[in-house]
Design a protein around this ligand. Structure first.
Ligand SMILES: Nc1ncnc2c1ncn2[C@@H]1O[C@H](COP(=O)(O)OP(=O)(O)O)[C@@H](O)[C@H]1O
Ligand SMILES: [Mg+2]
Length: 166
């Protein structure tokens, strides 16, 4: 049985992440989504909230599970018996960072293989940080995040700017 791990901050999950999750889950027996606490990024959603929001998003995918982790990704992957790490690639800047991390991870854990899936073109512009920015400014998130994420974002980020006078 091949277990793959898709690690990330998921603050919050977007339809771009979801696309990678669906595609990866069809390639492996089991896909574990590893939610990294990532306090350095000062996430908008707590670790517990990110895990709960993800769990709600993947209920229809029977071989996908959500777990949180701290510390090294490779240690987490070893702990759960994973063999493969999944990452998504959008733009060339993603590649440079992923390449750097991949070489380091290979040094730390030569038994783990990295598989990068290219984003589907309709999600290329999607990032959690841009989603938060748009939500903060009261923009419409339709087609960019699952409905319950849009609701959670609205609760977190009520309109902070005064309405524009017409
Ligand atoms: N729109 C998208 N399409 C494809 N992959 C994506 C998209 N958005 C994010 N990803 C990928 O999902 C993974 C997790 O992203 P993210 O939640 O930002 O965590 P991290 O802090 O590890 O970058 C990364 O591999 C990232 O490149
Ligand atoms: Mg990122």
């Amino acid at each position: 049985m091949t277990v793959a791990v898709y690690p990330g901050t998921f603050d919050p999950i977007t339809n771009g992440h979801m696309d990678i999750i669906k595609r990866a889950s069809s390639l492996f027996d089991k896909l574990i989504i590893g939610v990294y606490e990532n306090p350095d990024k000062h996430p908008l959603f707590s670790l517990k909230q990110r895990v709960e929001l993800l769990e709600k998003t993947v209920t229809d995918l029977p071989n996908v599970f959500v777990k949180s982790f701290n510390g090294l990704i490779v240690d987490f992957i070893h702990q759960i018996g994973g063999k493969v790490m999944i990452r998504g690639l959008r733009v060339s800047s993603d590649f440079e960072r992923e390449f750097e991390m991949a070489l380091m991870n290979k040094k730390l854990a030569p038994d783990i293989e990295l598989i990068c899936l290219m984003t589907s073109s309709q999600y290329q512009f999607l990032s959690s940080s841009l989603i938060k920015e748009v939500a903060m400014l009261g923009g419409c998130l339709e087609g960019m995040v699952p409905d319950h994420i849009a609701t959670a974002l609205k609760e977190k980020a009520p309109m902070r700017l005064p309405k524009v006078a017409r």
